[in-house]
Write a protein that binds this ligand. Structure first.
Ligand SMILES: [Fe+2]
Length: 269
């Protein structure tokens, strides 16, 4: 099992994620042991709340990279960003290239409560400037709860969708969990990531991988946790309507053999 985590707040002291280098290193050790091949460090860029700039973030990133080398962490660290959709930040995205690694993919979040015209303009402008938007955790937004079909509208606009592992595992309540799974079954999710804020000692992305493999299938788990994130890393194209979930719409159907067939195969051996 290989995993690439596309969305984390493990870069110390830049946002509401990790608040120390040692905590991040401890966390990276767990991730490395869990088979995480690469991790994107995606600090918040949100005016007035987390006023970051690439230069400062890059400095922190270099410090972390050196420390990770010292501890012989196998997981590759990749610098990224999670940008709040706001026109002022749009200029910063363009100037400082606030993308995931060296790709043109931009991870963005919206207000929890509404999708304004401003957000639509943000998406449009990104695309006009050859960036590829990825919406972070739509299952957590109340406007998606009110109108779940809006997720399909995002995809129609060529926006890719990232679902949180914590949502699939039910950490944010029944409603969020239900919407997150529905998105996976319908093929409306392109990535599952941890959005890890370094608040728990365990690493939930691996747990979510096995849940998806069990409830849907392993091919889908590999696609959402590894192959699509790898395409982002390599800046390769991902089709908006790309995810194909076999037998989607309900829980995984297992074929049960009748008892007499089981008995016959037992006798044969
Ligand atoms: Fe986040």
């Amino acid at each position: 099992m290989k995993i690439i985590d596309l969305h984390t707040h493990l870069l110390p002291n830049v946002d509401d994620g990790s608040d120390s280098l040692s905590k991040t290193i401890e966390h990276l050790q767990v991730m490395s042991e869990s088979g995480v091949d690469k991790v994107f460090l995606t600090p918040h860029y949100m005016l007035g709340t987390f006023t970051n700039n690439k230069e400062d973030v890059l400095r922190q990133f270099e410090i972390l990279k050196k420390e990770a080398e010292k501890y012989m962490i196998n997981t590759e660290l990749v610098l990224g960003a999670e940008v709040y959709c706001d026109d002022t930040l749009l200029a910063q995205v363009k100037e400082e290239k606030l993308t995931l690694g060296k790709s043109n993919y931009v991870l963005f979040e919206t207000s929890l409560n509404d999708i304004s015209d401003n957000s639509k303009h943000f998406i449009y402008e990104l695309q006009m400037n050859k960036f590829r938007p990825i919406l972070a955790h739509p299952e957590r937004y109340s406007y998606v709860h009110a109108h779940p079909s809006i997720v399909r509208e995002f995809i129609n606009r060529d926006v890719l969708i990232q679902v949180n592992a914590s949502s699939l595992l039910g950490y944010h309540g029944r409603k969020v969990k239900e919407i997150a799974w529905r998105m996976l079954y319908k093929g409306y999710a392109h990535f599952v990531a941890s959005d890890d804020h370094c608040r728990h000692s365990d690493y939930i992305l691996k747990k979510a991988f096995y849940k998806v493999a069990d409830k849907i299938d392993e091919t889908t788990a590999e696609l959402l946790f590894y192959h699509n994130p790898l395409k982002v890393y390599n800046n390769e194209d991902i089709q908006a309507f790309y995810v194909e979930v076999r037998g989607g719409g309900g829980s995984k159907r297992r074929k049960h053999r009748p008892w007499w067939k089981k008995l016959l195969s037992f006798v044969k051996h």
